[in-house]
Design a protein around this ligand. Sequence first.
Ligand SMILES: *[C@@H]1O[C@H](CO)[C@@H](O)[C@H](O)[C@H]1NC(C)=O
Ligand SMILES: *[C@@H]1O[C@H](CO)[C@@H](O)[C@H](O)[C@H]1NC(C)=O
Ligand SMILES: *[C@@H]1O[C@H](CO)[C@@H](O)[C@H](O)[C@H]1NC(C)=O
Ligand SMILES: *[C@@H]1O[C@H](CO)[C@@H](O)[C@H](O)[C@H]1NC(C)=O
Ligand SMILES: *[C@@H]1O[C@H](CO)[C@@H](O)[C@H](O)[C@H]1NC(C)=O
Ligand SMILES: *[C@@H]1O[C@H](CO)[C@@H](O)[C@H](O)[C@H]1NC(C)=O
Length: 794
Amino acid sequence: MEERSTMMHRDMPPLLITWLTILSIASCQSVCPARCLCYLNQIPRTIECSRQGLQTFPENISDIVEHLDLSSNFLTGITDKINRLTELQYLNLAKNQLTSLPNNLEELINLRRLDLSDNIIANTADIASINQLPSLKVLYISKNQLLDLKGLTSEVLQAVDAGHCLIKELGNASLNGLPGLTTLNLAGNPLKIIQTPVSRTLRWLDMSDCVLNYLYPDTLSGLPELEELRLVNNPTLVYSTRHLTLQHPKLKRLDVSRCNLDRPGLHGFPSLTNAYLSHNTIRILPDRIFAKNKQLMHLYLNANSLERLNASTFEDLMKLQTLDLSANNLEDVPAMTFQENIDLRLLNLSYNSLHRFPNFLSFVTSLDLSFNLISRFNANSLENMPRIRSLNLRSNQLQLLPSGLKSKTLKVLDVQKNRLVELHNNSFVELPSLQKIDLSGNRLTEAMDPDIFEHNLDLTVIRLEDNPWRCDCTQLYDTFEYLTVPVSKTVGSSLICQSPANVSGYSWEAACFDAWNTDLYYNKDRTWGMVMVSLLILVVLCGSVVSIKHTMRIKRRVLEQRRQLELSEERERLRLLHARRNHRLEEEIEDLENSAEPRINPLELIGPPSYEEAVHMPRLVHSMDALNEISVEDGILRPMSSVDNLRMKKRRTRRTKTNRKRTQSEDDLLRREERRQERIRRERNNSSGNICETIDQTQNTISRNSRVSTTRRFRRHSIVEESLESSSSKDRPKPQTPNTKKKKRRQMFRDEHVTDDEASDVQIMNFNRSIIIRELRREPRSGYRDSFVNKRES
Ligand SMILES: *[C@@H]1O[C@H](CO)[C@@H](O)[C@H](O)[C@H]1NC(C)=O
Ligand SMILES: *[C@@H]1O[C@H](CO)[C@@H](O)[C@H](O)[C@H]1NC(C)=O
Ligand SMILES: *[C@@H]1O[C@H](CO)[C@@H](O)[C@H](O)[C@H]1NC(C)=O
Ligand SMILES: *[C@@H]1O[C@H](CO)[C@@H](O)[C@H](O)[C@H]1NC(C)=O
Ligand SMILES: *[C@@H]1O[C@H](CO)[C@@H](O)[C@H](O)[C@H]1NC(C)=O
Ligand SMILES: *[C@@H]1O[C@H](CO)[C@@H](O)[C@H](O)[C@H]1NC(C)=O
């Protein structure tokens, strides 16, 4: 940008140049690098490019940026173009692939925090250019491959996080280059040797999670300002022997939890206020062992192996406020142990092996005796604790709270998860300040008389859940009212009955709802209730009667409608049938007149015709009379009125219909049949011998096709049969093919098993069985060849 503006300078008027410069600056500012988020309007002006897979330092980063986050990318190097970002205060390059910093960082005059953690920097020389950063205060260089801090130089650097590197040694010159250093984190390094490092300014040093073994008494002598030393979890660390111990006149806070200490060894630290000695292997605390630590305020000795305390163990600790002795093996505490600790506020004795309430004198305000084995608890136990406010006796073995337990100050009493079976009616009488009591998880069965709390005017929380309550509703009532009115002192739904069996698992409220509520409403609402109930019953009865009537009416109407529908359908079918028959009759007449050509000549067939072909074969239609004549002529068939035939078929198909309908339709059919015959007779008179003519014509056509005479003879016969067939099939009410009909009949003959329906069929069959059998034999469709052979034989 600078280059461009100088180029412009040569041949452009100054005003224009200024404008263009401003414009280009503006555009530079407005351009946010690809895959970054820019917040340049907020303070600090921030650009975030973390987790974007960047492999190179992004271009076009606005030079007004103050916080730049390039963490979690794949950057392998930074060029000194970064010097453009003169406003930069915080540069985050953590979690990249950097091995070094550019040699020139001179322009980053505002950079205060530089995060290089989790890269692959192996040598302090590769980042030596940080000494050019005049404002650098904090350097994060943890999780790199540094072997030493030697060579790291900065006049101004105050805090260095060099945790989880590969630093094995802290020599007497290691911190020489950092004259302003106050805070140094070396946690998680394989640090084993400390050789009196020197720093005039260091105040906070963390060497937790290292492998320190032994600290000489003068190890800290080069660090005169040290206030806090953290040495947590150096599993083999020892710094104190019988005669020698680590010393520091100003050290205030020492955390040596999870080390290998068998004694506190604090007498070299006269200024100590906080000592964390948890999770060590300290077994005994000799008399006056903390006598030199007069400033001690918070002492944590939990999770050691303490078995005994001596009366003078904590003597002289006048400022002691917190003493944690939990998770040890203490079985008793001498009465005078804490008498000098006049400032004691929290004494934690939980997770020990105390069998009785310790009878010591103390000014403690909060005493934790939870998770012990205490079963005895005297009324005067609290008399020696004039300031006690909170007493935790959770998870002990108390069966009874002492009667007349006295404490003017006790506010919170926790006896959760003990074995209390009942409450003394004067256990709480002498606890005027009681605000909160936890009795949950005990074995209380009887509802207590609310009067037992009558002196505890400040009591606002009573926890009673998880007790096997016996729900005698009359007895519970007063208790429940006390617990819930005017403000709830307990969670009502947490009170669960265990007995009697019929309410086991119910809450007090649910179990006693009836009992408690009838008392209140029974008499008042009795008559009204009766009236309401009888009214209700009346209304319900009326309603159901009306609805039943209604549904019956609807059902009847539906039935009626269905019947009507069926009737009309039936009528429609009949009408269609008649129409079809009429149509066919007309066709017949037309055929007779025109003697139409056959659609498929049977002689064209090689084998017997299929059903389809048969249907399409010429249908020589004759009148019923003609059929009769032919039958007579033939001499085989008995003359039979086609009307009779028809009537029988009708009966067969319509058997299921009602009698009324059947007779109606049959009459109708009969009448129509008569009319038809009449018409056909008239027709025949007009053209007599028409059939014979037709046959002759056909024969002529055949002979013209030079067929043999036998074929001709057969053919004539077949045409006759055809006419017979068609005349019988013509009148069928349903489009039932002759084949299926035949099959049905055969079935009947074969099976001998006849249903009611078929019985009538059989009767008909018997009536003119011979005819039918012949018909079957002569059936042209399937019995083609057969009938031909028969004919020849006959
Ligand atoms: C940087 O900005 C200039 C114009 O301001 C543009 O031409 C160039 O492509 C940009 N570079 C990147 C990497 O975005
Ligand atoms: C640092 O230690 C070396 C030996 O390792 C010693 O020669 C030197 O005198 C020490 N320097 C200081 C200032 O203690
Ligand atoms: C503890 O005190 C008793 C006297 O109360 C004394 O005999 C004993 O030696 C003391 N134990 C320690 C380790 O100081
Ligand atoms: C007492 O110590 C136990 C176990 O170390 C801990 O769970 C409990 O919270 C401590 N009590 C108080 C009041 O800090
Ligand atoms: C405690 O109960 C006993 C009987 O069990 C009774 O005689 C006594 O008066 C009750 N005391 C109080 C304070 O309710
Ligand atoms: C449970 O049974 C008792 C008698 O055994 C009876 O008085 C009480 O009303 C019953 N409770 C419920 C909720 O049925």
